[in-house]
Design a protein around this ligand. Structure first.
Ligand code: AP5
Ligand code: MG
Length: 216
């Protein structure tokens, strides 16, 4: 049965960083709702224009739009054995929609690693983050610097700082996380799927704990 892993955790805790490492190690596709929105913004699609109006303010994109986008993505053949979901679901409505979608495909939500760290750690990580333009590889100017400043180690593309990593937008994203996404911790705990991971540790240690939780 296709098994989907849901990476849960606040903005800046390291979901994207870990998803890239685990996807490379396991061959599971990395499905990031934020990356999908940013791709649409770059390609100036209608979905991208709508998403941008929410993302720039640190608000969530409406559930129906987000669910439709994820439905299209996980219907693709590369997800037939499962995927690593990063940033979705983010509301209880999305979590229920995911259960229905997966029931349709004959799949299920398997483990839900919940990665956490203090708010000051999140703010510090987002403030020093640099992303690659080509494939969204993630760096940090202090904790995970690229070999050459401004250039991606993996594909040589230019590094940039996300618009929504501005201090005031970060504050709002963290508030929105606590109001709308944090309830999913209890949702998945009650269903026996939650596995708690200490995201304040160094990247390699977080990866080791994740692989152990996922039994990979
Ligand atoms: P999204 O792109 O998902 O952003 P996010 O959840 O705010 O999370 P981030 O990508 O900011 O952080 P991350 O956990 O991936 O951390 P990272 O690995 O980069 O969403 C953006 C927006 O899109 C949302 O605000 C919303 O508007 C919209 N959206 C997306 N999904 C949606 C949904 N389902 N519904 C509605 N709207 C949605 O790491 C951060 C930094 O820390 C990096 O610099 C990294 O190098 C560093 N770092 C990572 N791990 C460590 C470590 N262990 N030690 C030291 N440094 C570390
Ligand atoms: Mg991310």
């Amino acid at each position: 049965m296709p098994a989907f892993i849901v990476l849960l955790g606040p903005p800046g805790v390291g979901k994207g960083t870990q998803a890239k490492i685990i996807a490379a190690a396991t061959g599971l596709p990395h499905v990031s709702s934020g990356d999908l929105f940013r791709e649409n913004i770059k390609n100036e699609t209608e979905l991208g224009r709508l998403a941008q109006s929410y993302i720039s303010k640190g608000e969530l994109v409406p559930d129906d739009v987000t669910i439709g986008m994820i439905r299209d993505r996980i219907s693709r053949p590369d997800c037939k054995s499962g995927a690593l979901l990063d940033g979705f679901p983010r509301t209880t409505v999305q979590a229920a929609a995911l259960e229905n979608l997966l029931a349709e495909f004959g799949g299920k939500v398997d483990t839900v690693p919940y990665i956490s760290a203090s708010e000051s750690t999140l703010v510090e990580r987002l403030g020093g983050r640099w992303n690659c333009k080509a494939q969204g590889h993630v760096f940090h100017e202090k904790h995970n610097p690229p070999k050459q400043a401004g250039v991606c180690d993996f594909d040589g593309s230019e590094l940039y700082q996300r618009d929504d990593d501005k201090a005031e937008t970060v504050t709002r994203r963290i508030q929105v996380y606590f109001a709308q996404t944090a309830p999913l911790v209890a949702y998945y705990r009650e269903r026996g799927r939650l596995s708690e991971i200490d995201g304040a540790q160094p990247i390699e240690k977080v990866t080791a704990d994740l692989l152990a939780a996922l039994k990979m």
